[in-house]
Design a binder for this molecule. Structure first.
Ligand SMILES: C=C(O[C@@H]1C=C(C(=O)O)C=C[C@H]1O)C(=O)O
Length: 364
């Protein structure tokens, strides 16, 4: 894929992109107050929602086209480009006409390839930068697909935004973060920046700072934080917006850890430890291979005695005893469980394949 580095979008963005502004543009005056409050915050982009996708009708659905011109004041006050969300062709046309510098596609749109394609067609022939939020469900292919569609119509100034995933069992977050997902996306699309939207992950302003720090720790490239001068009375997302002053405090307290390219001396120091890690990993792989050899022998026995692959009692014992050993060695129960689940799934698949092989051989 052809991706232009965010630093080369011609908008003066640096490697840690900071984006702030209200969930929704409510009035020209509101935009001005917030923009003035954000002076000195080292902002890269000012955001505001103009068309709001709401879960149920009757909630405030955004001011619409009229709000686009209000964003000129934010641009002038802060001397930064502005970004709005677009969800259909008419939004794109209005945003382009209003000279909005950057567009973003929301989670509820990324989820629908028809809508994404419609937006792409409206963008064909332009080179406006577009940020793509992850789809509501944790589907990496859908996220990737939206970015590919943009690329296919010639948009190569593309970034991604991690805003978390909908999960009905999740209590702590509004949208559960899945930190491995942006890491995966960055590996699949070299050069792409992934910005974190801690406001939509958190859902409440109290945990925005800690989510932001985690995003930085996981190597994300920037933050988009909803900012309002009077969050409690905001017309949308009141609980998750912070004041411009709080935004500045959150940013000042973040620890942007240094990347290794700026510290060549650290590479040789880390290499000493990494050689040992390499050795341990090689041993783990040898041991896993031994385990799978045994699983195959058990599979062979099960096949010849017509026994079921999945053995719940044995598996229960394995889980309990290994989780106990692991937690005694300071590994978390969560890690032990996901490791053991992966191991068991592979073992069962292997034995299933053994049964199939012999079945098809005897049918031939
Ligand atoms: C290996 C076996 O088959 C399955 C795989 C298991 C494992 O990976 O430890 C345990 C129980 C079974 O569900 C077995 O029956 O022992």
């Amino acid at each position: 894929m052809d991706i232009v580095d965010i630093k080369d979008w011609g908008l003066g963005l640096d490697e840690h992109v900071l984006i702030a502004g209200p969930c929704s543009a409510e009035s020209q005056q509101q935009i001005e107050i917030i923009a003035k409050g954000l002076r000195g915050a080292n902002l890269g982009l000012f955001r505001a929602g103009v068309w709001k996708p709401r879960t149920r009708p009757g909630s405030f659905e955004g001011i619409g086209n009229d709000a686009l011109s209000w964003l000129n004041s934010a641009r002038e006050i802060l001397n930064v480009p502005v970004t709005v969300e677009v969800a259909n062709t008419s939004h794109v046309e209005a945003a382009l006409k209003a000279d909005i510098e950057v567009l973003w596609i929301g989670a509820r749109t990324t989820v629908n390839p028809f809508s994404v394609q419609e937006i792409c067609e409206a963008l064909r022939g332009t080179d406006i930068p577009v940020m793509v939020k992850n789809p509501i469900n944790p589907d990496l292919q859908l996220w990737l697909g939206a970015i590919e569609r943009l690329n296919k119509v010639g948009i190569n100034k593309v970034a991604a935004i991690h805003r978390g995933f909908s999960d009905p069992y999740e209590k702590r977050y509004r949208n559960k973060p899945e930190w491995s997902m942006p890491i995966h996306l960055k590996r699949m699309i070299p050069g792409i920046s992934v910005i974190c939207d801690p406001s939509h992950i958190a859902g409440t302003r109290e945990i925005i700072a800690s989510v932001s720090q985690r995003a930085i720790n996981f190597g994300l490239d920037g933050l988009m934080i909803e900012t309002h001068h009077d969050p409690d009375n905001a017309w949308s997302d009141a609980k998750q917006q912070v004041t411009p002053d709080t935004f500045k405090i959150i940013i000042e307290n973040l620890n942007f850890r240094e990347t290794l390219d700026k510290h060549p001396e650290a590479i040789s120091e880390l290499d000493k430890f990494r050689q040992k890690v390499d050795l341990v990993d090689a041993q783990i792989i040898e041991l896993l291979s031994d385990r799978f050899q045994m699983i195959k022998q058990i599979g062979e026995y099960k096949r010849s005695h017509n026994l079921a692959v999945y053995q719940p009692n044995r598996w229960q014992d394995v889980m309990e005893s290994r989780i106990k050993s692991g937690t005694n060695k300071n590994m978390t129960e969560k890690f032990m469980k996901s490791f053991l689940f992966a191991l068991h799934e592979e073992s069962v698949k292997m034995q299933e394949a053994q049964l199939k092989e012999v079945k098809s051989a005897s049918q031939a």
